[in-house]
Design a protein around this ligand. Structure first.
Ligand code: HEC
Length: 196
């Protein structure tokens, strides 16, 4: 969230800086024409502004988390979704499906030309591979149907693995989790023992 805010701020600043750079150079060009014959005014030095823009571009790049981090986010959502569905926590499961979709959309937005998928475009291949399985999964959760959910979950996992295979990461096989590592969130209140 904070990163997103910083990124937006940096992009806005960068945009303003480039608009300023353009408008700053325009009067100089105009005055060079009108003052033909007379000694030309010294052209303002734009190199420091240019340097600043380059620095901001580098900072924007650094602010964007690596695709690996985004994938780890998908892995967490994917695992938590499974246990929510198995527990029949359909509201929580719907929330996880939403999060998974958000994560996928963010990856398309941030890495549309990622090197791992070249010559294919990640921006094209991800929606093509994940679109239908995600839709089926959403429907299964909406229907609160466990058997349907399990089938749809496997469909999504296979699509995840499919992309890893295309990207040359065949060793990243995505499947049903066996153990819940993050079991501190539930759809309904859970009795907590205070006994020591
Ligand atoms: C568009 C293709 C694509 C899709 C779809 C995709 N992945 Fe990935 N995934 C990758 C790539 C590429 C990497 C390797 C990233 C890197 O360079 O570290 C990766 C890496 C991973 C990793 C390893 C992260 C690490 O560093 O340990 C996990 C876990 C993962 N993906 C989970 C998922 C899950 C879960 C899904 C489906 C919900 C999914 N991925 C869908 C392309 C994809």
């Amino acid at each position: 969230m904070r990163q997103k805010f910083l990124l937006t701020g940096a992009v806005t600043f960068f945009f303003c800086a480039s608009v300023f750079a353009e408008s700053a150079s325009a009067p100089v060009a105009a005055s060079a024409k009108t003052s033909a014959g007379k000694p030309t005014q010294a052209t303002p030095d734009n190199t420091s502004l240019q340097r600043e823009i380059e620095q901001l571009k580098r900072q924007i790049k650094q602010l964007r988390p690596d695709i690996t981090e985004a994938m780890l986010g998908l892995q967490i959502r994917h695992a938590r979704l499974w246990f929510a569905g198995e527990a029949g926590d359909w509201e929580l499961a719907a929330f996880q499906v939403h999060g998974l979709q958000d994560g996928l959309d963010g990856i398309v937005e941030n890495y549309p030309e990622h090197a791992a998928l070249q010559p294919e475009r990640l921006g094209d291949i991800l929606p093509a591979m994940m679109g239908a399985p995600m839709k089926t999964l959403r429907a299964a959760v909406d229907n609160k149907n466990k058997a349907e959910f399990e089938r749809a979950f496997d469909g999504v996992s296979a699509a995840c693995t499919g992309c890893h295979t295309v990207a040359g990461f065949t060793f990243l096989q995505i499947h049903r989790p066996k153990t819940s590592l993050l079991d501190n969130v539930s759809g309904t209140p859970v009795a907590t023992s205070t006994a020591k």
